[in-house]
Design a binder for this molecule. Structure first.
Ligand code: ADP
Length: 917
């Protein structure tokens, strides 16, 4: 009703409203104005006050006023006036709202451009911070490389030496053991004797009376002595001819007779000489009535001396090879160091899209600027965001310093992108823990707690010291019944060792506790020693300690013989035996002094599930499901009792979420994909390959491997793609699809290679049949090998172009990741861990980039043969249509990181989480 003057942009504005002239006239409630900027993009409610002092009241004048601050980034202001309170009347200009003309501001288009520019500038700044961080990390790696390589060499040399000593000792012991069963004699008077008495490492003459022993006079011509040592542990290849001793009576003071003799070299390690005599034609024999003759030797070396000699000989023979092996280990260590840094950087880069700080490494006692972008979190689009923080992983000492504060949106970007807060870091903390919400009253609304783990930032001790220190160090004990390479049945054994080592590498204390099985591969255990004995359940338990793959390992040996049964699984009392082991293991840990007792016990699948519900005296239980198909009852109970549960890939976690064992405890379950052991599965350091190769030499290395594989398996040496499969032949692995793929591949001009072993006779029969049929029709295009053959598996990974994994279900699966490390392109069914690791080059570009990956294979969905065909056909077509491009894809997927470097850090987060539960 009053012409409104144009308003200046930015700064304070007084807005006057005449109540008497609108629909609010005659009502008495206090007035509020609801102001929106830029088409109600942001809005504010302000109280208006009567303006009686400035503009007199009366008649048709009843002015109210409000002061407000207008931002510069403004092209439009809208407002309505209302009575305060929930049921107040509104003057909304007959549903049109009021608009304030704006001068000097940008147009809407200009404003949007400004915001885009501001967002880009924000992002550029963020990226330059990230890049600086990358440079710092790489510089740190560079300064560590030489030391790490040297440590790896020393550790490897120690391992080689330890293995050699064990072998030398075993050989010396075996030789010593061989001499103890047979009675010895120094002579048989009148038949044979030694001059002088035999001594190790010297010559002695054996004399034999042709007429004295069992040869009697019947022997023809000269005599032969057939010699051996240490109860025939070694024997001479050729007999030694005895010569006639003419004046034996005088020379050797012997009784009368026809004496024959020969000087014999007695080896230094001989404790016994064994011999029999024959005539020259080996027709008549004196073998002491089947007992042979045995003479004790004086001055033989001790078994220790002998083992030392064997050891020295082995060391000399292997010196050259050792050098190469050490060099390779050194190189591998440097490569792993960089890959570890890359994995860490990638995690940082992913988090950086949501959360970063300035400075990048905040220091105790200083301020930090926190930047948070809700775009990729559950808080996307929420009008207000609050940050909740506490210190040192929620430690009780720092509890009173916990805080909650609102984040400030950025005006330049119109509230998009990053929002900020400034936080004062106390002087005595080492870590900051954060969650974000959309309400200030706690956790009632939307929450971003980083998938249940919260966000954790390291705080340096001022002066740029490394973060963490003793306070962040964990003490973790795995309780398991498998451990590679000493007691491995399936993937669980690999996980225990590789995960344990990776967490140890991150600076934590890790120990593995397993039963002392009689069937273990003891040669991989360094320094095993009996250290203690305790009683559990009226049974004596012997405690042994040793090192396995650099991991301190404790072996429990109950004297009831539960683990002296020649196998790990497969007896009908497995549950009883493992249940007992779990109890004994927890008892063992409970007896440790407080400062040595682990904070976290990590148990695995049904065999060590009972750990979760045992009396753990405060130790936290993290429980990992490797395969839900076995021991579901025990798994369900452990799910209920543990603090944190995991399974071996995110997709498998969601696939089993509905199971009755899991569903009631779903909030505890986290899916973390398994890794592969980067030391074992590294084509650059792989001794099983004809030409080890890296990304740059991928084409040549794979070429050499193909040639050798084709030779070994009698395949034609022609330029066609090789499709391979290395697997246990069980229903889980998609047997019908493997068979189908064999035919499809050869029909389409490729070669098919299968390395597999079938535990089931019927399945084996089917594959025998398939092999025969293929042999008849495509003899040099397909090869099926029914063995468990690790060296051959390495060659197949290297030689193949495509690697097939058509599993019906797959908790994680290792073979597709190994294949990629060797530049073999996976063709897989989208299930479990396969879905998390393989991204289709035609269809999954977006899905891959969401997790900072690049497409790397061919994926199909359905379990029938048509599904497989759709992926395999596309794969083979890619090879035939543009081989050069395909070779580039192969080289590029080798770079993807499937090691434990990153998953291990997720586990560390979960260990910390278990301590907060
Ligand atoms: P699972 O544990 O279900 O058998 P994974 O993919 O997790 O399947 O692990 C399989 C491992 O066993 C891989 O390291 C693979 O190379 C190896 N493997 C399977 N079959 C054979 C075989 N016949 N010969 C050699 N290695 C094999």
């Amino acid at each position: 009703t009053h012409p409104m003057p144009p308003v200046p942009v930015a700064g304070p504005v007084w807005l006057f409203y005449n109540r008497a002239s609108g629909p609010l006239a005659g009502r008495s409630g206090p007035l509020q104005i609801k102001v929106g900027t830029n088409r109600w993009e942001a809005l504010d409610e302000l109280d208006m006050t009567p303006a009686g002092e400035v503009l007199p009241r009366g008649g048709s004048a009843d002015w109210y006023v409000v002061q407000m601050e207008l931002p510069y980034e403004l092209f439009q202001v809208d407002f309505v006036v209302q009575e305060a309170g929930p049921h107040g009347a509104v003057d909304n200009n007959r549903y049109n709202d009021y608009q304030l003309p704006v001068t000097g501001g940008p147009t809407e288009t200009q404003l949007l451009d400004m915001r885009v520019a501001a967002l880009q500038a924000q992002d550029a700044q963020r990226r330059s911070l990230l890049e600086a961080e990358r440079m710092a990390m790489m510089a740190a790696m560079e300064s560590m490389a030489a030391k790490v390589a040297e440590e790896a060499r020393v550790a490897e040399a120690r391992k080689i030496e330890a293995a050699r000593r064990v072998e030398a000792q075993a050989r010396a012991k075996a030789a010593a053991a061989a001499t103890i069963t047979v009675p010895t004699a120094n002579e048989l008077p009148g038949v044979w004797t030694w001059r002088p008495a035999p001594k190790a490492g010297e010559k002695s003459t054996l004399v034999y009376n042709k007429h004295g022993g069992r040869l009697g006079g019947s022997a023809n011509g000269s005599l032969l002595v057939h010699l051996g040592f240490n109860t025939w542990a070694t024997s001479l290849a050729q007999p030694i001819e005895l010569g006639r001793v003419q004046n034996a009576q005088q020379q050797y003071s012997l009784p009368a007779g026809e004496w024959w003799g020969a000087a014999i070299d007695i080896p230094a390690d001989a404790r016994m000489v064994d011999f029999v005599i024959s005539d020259r034609d080996k027709r008549t024999w004196d073998n002491n009535r089947g007992q042979d003759y045995h003479t004790a030797v004086a001055g033989a070396k001790t078994p220790e001396d002998v083992s030392e000699e064997i050891y020295a000989a082995m060391a000399a023979a292997g010196a050259q090879e050792d050098q190469e092996r050490l060099d390779r280990k050194g190189m591998q260590a440097i490569k792993q160091l960089y890959r570890k840094a890359e994995a860490r950087f990638k995690r940082l880069a992913l988090r950086h899209q949501t959360l970063f700080t300035v400075p990048s490494r905040p220091a105790a006692g200083q301020q930090l600027e926190l930047h948070y972008n809700p775009e990729l979190t559950p808080l996307r689009g929420r009008p207000e965001i609050f940050v909740w923080g506490c210190w040192d992983r929620g430690s009780a000492q720092q509890r009173d310093k916990a805080f909650c504060m609102p984040l400030m949106p950025s005006r330049e970007t119109g509230g998009l992108g990053f929002q900020t807060a400034v936080i004062d870091v106390p002087a005595d903390v080492w870590g900051l823990d954060l969650t974000f919400t959309d309400s200030a009253d706690g956790m009632s609304g939307f929450v971003d707690n980083n998938g249940g783990l919260d966000y954790h930032l390291a705080i340096t001790k001022g002066g740029g010291d490394p973060p963490g220190g003793a306070a962040a160090t964990l003490n973790v004990a795995h309780i398991a019944v498998e451990m590679a390479p000493i007691a491995k049945v399936g993937g669980m054994g690999d996980v225990v060792t590789a995960l344990g080592r990776a967490v140890q590498d991150d600076g934590h204390r890790v120990e593995v506790i397993i039963p002392k099985f009689d069937t273990m591969n003891y040669e991989y255990i360094e320094n095993i020693q009996h250290t203690d004995t305790f009683r559990y359940n009226n049974t004596e338990i012997k405690v042994w300690k040793g090192i396995v793959e650099d991991l301190p390992t404790t072996f429990l040996e109950p004297q009831n013989g539960f683990f002296w049964v020649g196998c790990i699984y497969g007896r009908n009392d497995d549950h009883t035996r493992f249940g007992f082991f779990c109890g004994a293991a927890v008892e063992y840990l409970s007896r440790l002094p407080n400062n040595e007792r682990p904070q976290v016990i990590h148990c695995h699948d049904w065999p060590t599930a009972p750990v979760a519900w045992s009396d753990r005296r405060g130790m936290r239980a993290v429980f990992t499901i490797h395969n839900l198909s076995y021991g579901a009852d025990l798994i369900a109970r452990a799910m209920g009792a543990c603090e944190v549960a995991t399974t071996v890939s995110p997709t498998y976690a969601s696939e089993i979420a509905g199971s009755g064992c899991i569903a009631p405890h779903l909030s505890k379950l986290h899916g973390i994909r398994n890794g592969i052991d980067a030391d074992v599965w590294d084509p650059e350091g792989d001794g099983f390959l004809p030409m080890p190769y890296g990304q740059d030499t991928c084409t040549q290395g794979k070429e050499a491997a193909r040639k050798l594989l084709r030779q070994k398996l009698n395949l034609a040496d022609v330029n066609v793609p090789i499709v391979a499969c290395v697997t246990r032949l069980v229903a889980q692995k998609g047997i019908h699809l493997i068979k189908h793929a064999a035919w499809r591949t050869v029909e389409r001009g490729g070669q098919f290679v299968l390395l597999g072993s079938a535990p089931d006779q019927r399945v084996q029969g089917e594959f025998n049949q398939l092999k025969e049929q293929l042999q008849r029709q495509y003899h040099d295009r397909a090869s099926l090998v029914f063995l468990y053959d690790e060296p051959l598996s390495h060659l197949i990974y290297a030689a193949s172009d495509f690697f097939l994994v058509p599993s019906m279900f797959e908790p994680c699966g290792l073979t597709q990741m190994i294949a990629m490390a060797y530049g073999s392109v996976p063709v897989v069914r989208r299930t479990g861990g396969l879905a998390d690791t393989v991204f289709d080059v035609d269809y999954d570009t977006q899905r891959a980039s969401d997790v900072a990956m690049a497409p790397n294979g061919y994926v199909f969905e359905s379990t029938d043969t048509a599904g497989l065909d759709s992926a395999l056909n596309r794969a083979l077509a890619a090879w035939f249509q543009d081989l050069e491009n395909f070779r580039r894809l192969q080289a590029s997927i080798m770079r993807q990181d499937w090691s434990w470097h990153s998953p291990a850090l997720d586990y560390v987060e979960l260990y910390h989480k278990s301590m907060r539960m």
